[in-house]
Design a protein around this ligand. Structure first.
Ligand SMILES: Cc1cc2nc3c(=O)[nH]c(=O)nc-3n(C[C@H](O)[C@H](O)[C@H](O)COP(=O)(O)OP(=O)(O)OC[C@H]3O[C@@H](n4cnc5c(N)ncnc54)[C@H](O)[C@@H]3O)c2cc1C
Length: 354
C-alpha cells in the first residue's frame, strides 16, 4: 500500500473542503483533498440559493450566478404572509463548487477525485482510490468536510444526530420570477417547501421531518408541484429529481485531537432554513487557516482557535435557530400562532417567545 504524506488532509471537495484547502495551501501548508465523486459538484443536491453578501467573501468571479433575486415571499398554508427585500442569487452549484476547487488547486492543494476516505488506522487515513487500490495518507491535521453523513465525524464521535431529508424537482417556470417563495404548511412538519427561480427554470423542493411512511415527503412534493402548476407558476413534468440530507442541529465539538470538522460534517447548516453554503465557505476557510497556523508553529493547541472564531461569527445565529426549531417542532399544532417566531424573515424571530 502506498503512503502519501502531507501537512493537512481535507476529506471532501464541497464548499467547506475547497475553502479549507485554499486557505491552508495559500498559507504554505501542503494539502491533499480526497473527494469520493468523479467530478466536483456533480450531481447537484441543492436549491442553489446564496445571499448576496456571500459574493464578497469569495475570491473568484461570478460565473456561477444564474439570476439575481430581490427578496422572499413567505406563505402560510397557501396564504401570502410576507414579502421582503433580501438580495441574493440563484446559482449553478456545480460551477460554484468547481470554481472553489479550482481556487484551492491554484493555491497549491492537490485534489484526488474518485478517492474515498474509508478508515483511520494508527493516526493514518486509509483511502480507496479509483480502481479499488487502497493508500494511506499521513497528515498532521485532518479536516473532515465530507458532508452531512460524515465519515470523519464518526471518527471523532461527533456525527450529526439530527438529519432532515429533503427532496427537490427541477421544473420549467411559466414566467421569470424575482422572488424566492417559501411555503410553511401544516403538512410539512418541521420544515417547509420552496420555489427558487433560476432563469427559465425553478428548483421546487420540500425538507421536512418524516413522522409517517418514508413516501410522505415525495407525496408532499408532488402536491406542492400540482398546486404551483395549477397556480400558473410552473408547468410540465419535473426535469429531474434530487434528494439529500440536511443537518438541523449543530454537532458537538468541532475539534477532536488533530481532527477539525467543517460545514455540514460539523452540522453547521442553519437549523431553520437548512442553508449551509455560507457557513461551509466561511467556516471551511477558518478551519483551513487555523490548521495551517498549527502546522506552521507545530503547536496543535492553535487548532482551538478555529472553534472560538467560528462561534464568534456564527454561534449566536445557530443557537437561536436551534431553539426556534425546538419551539417549532414541539408546537406544530399551533403553527399559525408561532410561525413568526420560527421563520427568519419575521421581526418576531429575533425577539423572545413568551
Ligand atoms: C436539497 C437541498 C437543498 C439545499 N439548498 C441550499 C441552498 O439553496 N442554499 C444553501 O446555502 N444551502 C443549501 N443546502 C445545504 C447545502 O447544500 C450544504 O450546507 C452544503 O453543501 C455544505 O457544504 P459542505 O462542503 O459542508 O458539504 P457537501 O457539499 O456535502 O460536500 C461534501 C463532499 O464530501 C464528499 N465526501 C463525502 N464522504 C466522503 C468520503 N468518505 N471521502 C471522500 N469524499 C467524501 C462528497 O462527495 C461531497 O463532495 C441544501 C441542501 C439540500 C440537501
Amino acid at each position: 500500500m502506498r503512503t502519501l504524506t502531507c501537512d493537512i488532509l481535507v476529506v471532501g471537495a464541497g464548499p467547506a473542503g475547497s475553502s479549507a484547502a485554499r486557505e491552508a495551501a495559500s498559507k504554505g501548508a501542503s494539502v491533499i483533498v480526497v473527494e469520493r465523486r468523479a467530478a466536483v459538484g456533480v450531481p447537484v443536491q441543492c436549491a442553489e440559493y446564496i445571499p448576496a453578501p456571500l459574493i464578497g467573501e469569495l475570491r473568484c468571479g461570478r460565473g456561477f450566478v444564474v439570476q439575481s433575486v430581490k427578496g422572499m415571499r413567505t406563505f402560510l398554508n397557501g396564504r401570502l404572509l410576507q414579502q421582503i427585500d433580501a438580495p441574493g442569487y440563484t446559482i449553478r452549484r456545480d460551477v460554484f463548487d468547481r470554481m472553489l476547487a479550482d481556487e484551492a488547486e491554484k493555491s497549491g492543494a492537490g485534489i484526488l477525485l474518485s478517492t474515498i476516505a474509508v478508515a483511520r488506522e494508527e493516526g493514518e487515513v486509509i483511502v480507496r482510490e479509483k480502481g479499488g487500490t487502497f493508500s494511506r495518507v499521513r497528515a498532521k491535521v485532518i479536516i473532515g468536510a465530507d458532508g452531512p453523513r460524515s465519515k470523519v465525524a464518526g471518527w471523532t464521535g461527533c456525527k450529526n444526530r439530527n438529519l432532515m431529508p429533503a427532496v427537490q424537482a427541477r421544473v420549467a417556470l411559466d414566467r421569470p420570477m424575482e422572488y424566492t417563495e417559501i411555503f410553511l404548511d401544516d403538512r410539512i412538519y418541521g420544515g417547509y417547501g420552496w420555489l427558487f427561480p433560476k432563469g427559465n427554470e425553478a428548483n421546487v423542493g420540500v425538507g421536512m421531518k418524516v413522522r409517517g411512511s418514508g413516501g410522505e415527503i415525495g407525496r408532499v412534493l408532488f402536491d406542492l408541484l400540482a398546486r404551483l402548476s395549477s397556480g400558473g407558476k410552473i408547468s410540465g413534468r419535473p426535469l429531474d429529481i434530487v434528494s439529500g440530507w440536511v443537518p438541523v442541529e449543530p454537532g458537538g465539538a468541532m475539534r477532536a485531537g488533530s481532527i477539525l470538522l467543517a460545514g455540514d460534517a460539523a452540522g453547521h447548516t442553519h437549523p431553520i432554513t437548512g442553508a449551509g453554503i455560507p457557513q461551509a465557505v466561511i467556516g471551511g476557510g477558518m478551519a483551513g487557516k487555523w490548521a495551517a497556523h498549527a502546522v506552521d508553529r507545530a503547536d496543535w493547541g492553535k487548532l482551538a482557535g478555529y472553534e472560538s472564531e467560528w462561534r464568534e461569527f456564527f454561534g449566536e445565529t445557530l443557537e437561536r435557530a436551534t431553539s426556534r426549531r425546538r419551539l417549532l417542532e414541539s408546537n406544530w399544532d399551533r403553527l399559525e400562532e408561532i410561525v413568526k417566531y420560527c421563520w427568519v424573515t419575521f421581526k418576531e424571530y429575533h425577539s423572545e417567545y413568551e
